[in-house]
Design a protein around this ligand. Structure first.
Ligand code: CA
Length: 731
């Protein structure tokens, strides 16, 4: 690393001096979450007012969250020359999901569990690395995805997996302040979203809406971390009073006998935006807990403020308006997706709008000053509602997705028509580029009495994706349910497919789409369709599971360039300038046990990759590593379990503590494929933390030796069952 190169970066003198000092003295400064702080920060303009065209100061580039850059240096005429500039290796145990930020000659981004990397944006060398000390008692599920950092003045904000919010000094990574944002450590709260700067506050929500949590967001003073306000998404038990007046209002949309004890969900785990002129903070809220409303709020009701867009006065924390996209949600159709703020000419009027494609399959355009509905139109195939009433803003339900009395094939699936992957808006072309997910899924009521399990996955529905029906008897689909053909009736093919769709929010229809489903059609890949980015030169960038960064013509979807990154991508790319060079950077690395991902053999390694014109091929990662889990189906290397009593007891434990990572999300290995060494070491892995480095935490505090034995019995039983089923289906 050369100090003189650092000196030539276009950064303010004060910051430059610090960076040069660091760059010359330290190749890597790993800062653990210590209490060390440093005073004397010099205030500059906040990142939200940053106007420089070559920077990328917030997740979505500026306050409008458009994932749009005004840069034009890379365009259709030269994009074929786009190639490797630099890469920086990052250890991963689950997907890298953040979009890097670049200001003042430094890049900041986050990795798993809330680690932060400050990099030289021209060479990719580390200025410093921050690794939070995560409270081991956090439900440390799945390695801990993190969706990014926020910047303000000389501070970098990140929320660690355990909900600790950190303000780090941009120059050194030292902790200026930290605050615990979690109010109840007995519940399975975690933090995976990016903090958001709104007015004088940094705001953060939380995750855990499938477990046993009650969603809320909290605003803290940017400079000191002092709490300014807190807004709960759903009410607590009305008998205990209300934290703020909005909760009394919301409680009227719930059965008085709702399961207040469960927390009821609603977690704001991702999308936020802030309009500085209106001083409104927009927050997207999550699904209800449990998903089935008859278990959650037996008498029904809209269940405010689940699956809603909230407009909150950023100074007072009071609600100004709300719009509920899915009243009384029963399908995990949350509205926590990112929102884009834009000015559109609609019907001859200039409208300040907010756009969102929540999971329920309708693309919403709202007046962001009043919350009034301008339009809501299906951007994927939808069968749960025939449309949205323009006057009331309420969806017109068809009944085709009401699974109260019988299972139903529901479109879109519980993963939504669009999930967290950023969509991008190009104001020059008037198109929103949405990574969409077309699929159906069978929902049914749980069979028999439903019991809530503390700190566990508590969705309260019987849920079967299409893949499960192909080996129905192997997947415990209830015998009294009809065949998939009967459930499907006249509905379209429910197989999961992904598309990059260019949506015209004024004409309310798709302008073009390209299919992005990989050749494997893997259900896991389906759930990880990557985020989009667009530029003033009319390009659209999107990564894929096969490890390419693809560049499309924003007007018509023509593929202009595909760069082989060698690592799977789910995050959205970004672009920035240093000197006369325009770079495109993206975080790559998924760490999923599935052959649809090019990096499945690189378990444990991801990268930030930067590209520029004239760069060559991206150098491959070392492929020598073995995947963490066995991907092949072979005869289980242990004898079948004979005690059905043990199997049943183990099943209860598995469904309570293991299913979320090992089955539902596909983030962790399929345990029915364990090899002889895994079986041998089973207790050491589960209780001793022997696979901690691969993202499997120790469950010593959760399982005793006998529990581990029961779990093992269930897994062995399932391994044999799957083996017999697959051998049969091969014949
Ligand atoms: Ca959910």
């Amino acid at each position: 690393m050369g100090c003189t190169r650092i000196l030539s970066l276009p950064i303010p003198r004060k910051m430059r001096a610090t960076l040069v000092g660091l760059a010359c003295l330290l190749s890597l400064n790993i800062v653990h979450g210590s209490e060390t702080s440093r005073s004397g920060a010099h205030a500059r303009s906040g990142s939200n007012s940053e106007q420089s065209t070559g920077t990328w100061p917030t997740a979505g580039q500026d306050w409008r969250q458009r994932y749009y850059s005004p840069l034009k240096g890379i365009h259709a005429g030269n994009v074929r020359q786009l190639g490797f500039a630099w890469a920086y290796d990052i250890p991963v145990s689950t997907s890298l999901a953040a979009t890097p930020l670049v200001v003042n000659g430094a890049m900041f981004t986050s990795g798993n569990r809330g680690s932060v990397f400050a990099l030289d944006p021209r060479h990719g060398t580390a200025l410093w690395v921050f690794e939070p000390v995560v409270n081991p008692e956090t439900q440390n599920c799945c390695g801990g995805v993190n969706r990014g950092v926020a910047l303000w003045n000389e501070l970098v904000y990140v929320a660690a997996l355990d909900g600790m919010l950190y303000a780090l000094e941009a120059s050194s990574g030292r902790v200026r302040w930290k605050v615990d944002t979690i109010i109840d450590k007995e519940r399975s709260y975690s933090s995976t979203g990016a903090p958001y700067v709104a007015g004088g506050a940094v705001v953060i929500g939380n995750s855990g809406g499938e477990y046993d949590t009650r969603g809320y967001i909290t605003a803290y003073n940017l400079a000191t971390g002092k709490q300014l306000w807190r807004f709960f998404v759903v009410p607590g038990d009305p008998k205990r009073g209300f934290e703020h007046p909005e909760m009394e209002f919301a409680s009227k949309s719930w059965d008085p006998n709702s399961r207040w004890d469960l927390g009821l969900g609603g977690n704001a785990w991702d999308g936020m935006a802030y309009d500085p002129a209106l001083n409104l903070l927009y927050v997207g809220t999550g699904n209800g807990l449990p998903w089935d409303r008859k278990l959650r709020s037996p008498a029904g009701g809209d269940n405010l403020f689940l699956a809603s867009i909230l407009a909150i006065d950023a100074r007072s924390g009071r609600l100004v308006w709300y719009y509920q996209t899915t009243p009384g949600d029963r399908w995990d159709f949350n509205a926590a997706q990112k929102m884009i703020l834009a000015d559109l000419d609609i019907g001859g009027a200039h409208r300040k709008v907010l756009m969102q494609a929540p999971k329920n399959g309708f693309f919403y355009v709202l007046d962001r000053e009043t919350g009034a509905l301008i339009s809501a139109d299906p951007y994927v195939y939808v069968n749960w509602a025939s449309g949205v009433d323009r006057k009331t803003g309420v969806p017109v339900e068809t009944g085709k997705a009401d699974y109260t009395d019988a299972p139903k094939l529901v479109f879109p699936s519980s993963y939504g028509g669009h999930n967290w992957s950023p969509m991008a808006f190009n104001p020059d072309l008037g198109l929103v580029y949405v990574p969409v997910l077309e699929a159906g899924e069978v929902f049914g009521s749980v069979q028999g009495p439903w019991t809530y399990r503390s700190r566990a996955w508590n969705i309260g529905v019987a849920l079967y994706p299409l893949a499960a029906w192909k080996e129905r008897e192997c997947n415990d689909i209830p015998d009294n349910w009809p065949s998939i053909e009967v459930l499907r009736g006249a509905e379209p093919d429910p197989s999961p497919r992904t598309f990059l769709k260019a949506w015209d929010p004024v004409r309310k229809k798709s302008a073009w789409q390209v299919e992005t489903t990989g050749p494997s059609r893997s259900a896991v890949a389906f759930r990880r369709s990557a985020g989009a980015m667009t530029t003033a030169s009319g390009l659209v960038f999107q990564g894929d599971s096969a490890g390419h960064l693809r560049v499309f013509d924003g007007k018509n979807g023509e593929l202009l360039r595909s760069v082989d990154l060698g690592s799977s991508v789910v995050a959205a790319p970004m672009t920035y300038m240093v000197g006369s060079d325009q770079y495109v950077a993206v975080m790559a690395g998924v760490a999923v046990q599935d052959r649809a991902f090019v990096d499945y053999q690189q378990h444990g390694q991801g990268r930030v990759i930067a590209l520029k014109l004239g760069g060559g091929a991206v150098p491959p990662l070392d492929r020598a590593q073995e995947p963490a889990g066995n991907l092949n189906r072979s005869k289980p290397p242990v004898p079948d379990e004979t005690s059905m009593q043990k199997v049943h007891a183990g099943k209860a434990l598995f469904e309570r503590f293991c299913v979320a990572c090992h089955v539902s999300t596909g983030r962790a290995p399929d345990l029915t494929r364990m090899d002889a060494a895994d079986h041998e070491e089973f207790h050491k892995i589960v209780r001793g933390g022997a696979r901690q480095s691969k993202g499997m935490p120790s469950f010593k505090e959760v399982f005793n030796d006998e529990d581990a034995t029961l779990l093992h019995a269930y897994i062995i039983n399932q391994a044999w069952k799957k083996f017999r089923c697959e051998v049969k289906s091969d014949e």
